[in-house]
Design a binder for this molecule. Structure first.
Ligand code: FAD
Length: 323
């Protein structure tokens, strides 16, 4: 019984979090002495699809259907579940991304499967059990969760499993599925970009700022730093509550959870509710004038200093580096 991985694309390209999920699914397939099939939905080039073999996929099912061009939660879940049935896969892996978090429980229901979202480890199969470590309480703790049902769905937290390159190429096959009208009750008619900026939920670099910035008029340097780094901008809750920034930028327990490779926190104290949304960031850089700020405890790199002095210097250094 092969393992199935859903390889989500962003405008026709796969991100690093997908290569992590493919590598992770490959390791599960090896544990079970079986093969790994990936499924991709939407417009992705054959070369891009075949490259999933580099991370361990033996085969890629390509679903290219006009009705499925844009993400539709229920319809995508049906297609993934159909692919699992066709392949006889009892384990389905997804990335615990913004859309993966919506898909995983729907796929689990369709397959009568047990679900682990926010997985951070490979399954421990000692004694014939299937136990996976996952994040709990908004990332404040870990739980060891056992799946006892035959079918299993696992959503892997980005940045918790390293990309492993096997160097192979996957065989790409077209996969067509009859879509049901009932799967299109909620339809995505059009994507209207409110901004050309990088989207926060799946951003690889995030520049985030808090109340230490004093007021909305000081966000110019945050925008400039983010633009130079190709990053999304984010903020703490009080900042969006005060209307300094839009609510769509609010990160944390009551906001968006992000998993970037780099999270730069500027003038944010590091309250537990904020950390809940950023704990799976790979590298955390903190800029704060208070050496006692709790954020420094979780930082990989810390700069104790005034944001109004440090950030312009950082911008200047990046500009010089790029010149
Ligand atoms: P502050 O706590 O005021 O910290 C400002 C920081 O800026 C300080 O550390 C200060 O030293 C530093 N600073 C000041 N001036 C400068 C300067 N010139 N240069 C550099 N540093 C400077 N918060 C969230 O962010 N997200 C959530 O999802 C969230 N959910 C919550 C849910 C609940 C139920 C509750 C009760 C609270 C929640 N909060 C959340 C609020 C959270 O507890 C904190 O109050 C909030 O995160 C603090 O925001 P802040 O760090 O921007 O501001």
């Amino acid at each position: 019984m092969p393992v199935l991985i859903y390889a989500e694309n962003a405008e026709g390209k796969f991100k690093k979090s997908i290569f992590e999920a493919v590598s992770y699914a490959r390791a599960i397939a090896d544990q079970n002495n079986t093969s790994l099939t990936a499924i991709s939905i939407g417009d992705v080039s054959t070369d891009e699809l075949a490259a999933l073999g580099k991370y361990g996929a033996d085969k890629v099912l390509n679903v290219s259907n006009d009705k499925l061009k844009n993400f539709v939660n229920q319809a995508y879940a049906s297609v993934i579940a159909e692919a699992a049935k066709k392949e006889g896969a009892s384990i389905v892996v997804l990335s615990n991304s913004f859309s993966g978090r919506g898909l995983a429980p729907r796929v689990a229901v369709k397959l009568d499967a047990g679900l682990i979202d926010g997985a951070v480890s490979l399954p421990d199969t000692t004694g014939g059990k299937f136990v996976v470590k996952k994040t709990a309480f908004s990332g404040k703790a870990f739980a060891l969760t056992e799946l006892t049902l035959a079918n299993k769905v696992i959503a892997l937290t980005p940045n918790t499993y390293k990309v492993v390159e096997t160097g192979a190429t996957a065989q790409v096959e077209d996969f067509s599925v009859e879509t049901k009208e009932s799967d299109f009750k909620a339809l995505l008619k059009e994507i209207v970009r409110s901004t050309d900026k990088v989207s926060l939920p799946d951003a690889e670099i995030v520049v985030s700022a808090g109340r230490g910035l004093k007021g909305p008029e000081n966000w110019g340097m945050i925008e400039e730093l983010a633009a130079l780094l190709g990053a999304a901008t984010a903020c703490s809750k009080p900042v969006s509550d005060a209307g300094w920034r839009p609510h769509s930028e609010h990160v944390g327990q009551t906001g968006i959870a992000v998993s970037p490779n780099l999270y730069i926190a500027i003038g944010i104290s590091g309250a537990i509710q904020h950390l809940a949304g950023i704990s799976s960031s790979k590298v955390i850089v903190v800029i704060n004038k208070d050496v006692e700020a709790p954020f420094f405890k979780v930082a990989d790199y810390g700069i104790v200093g005034d944001a109004f002095e440090v950030v312009p210097k950082l911008i200047e250094a990046i500009k010089q580096h790029k010149a």
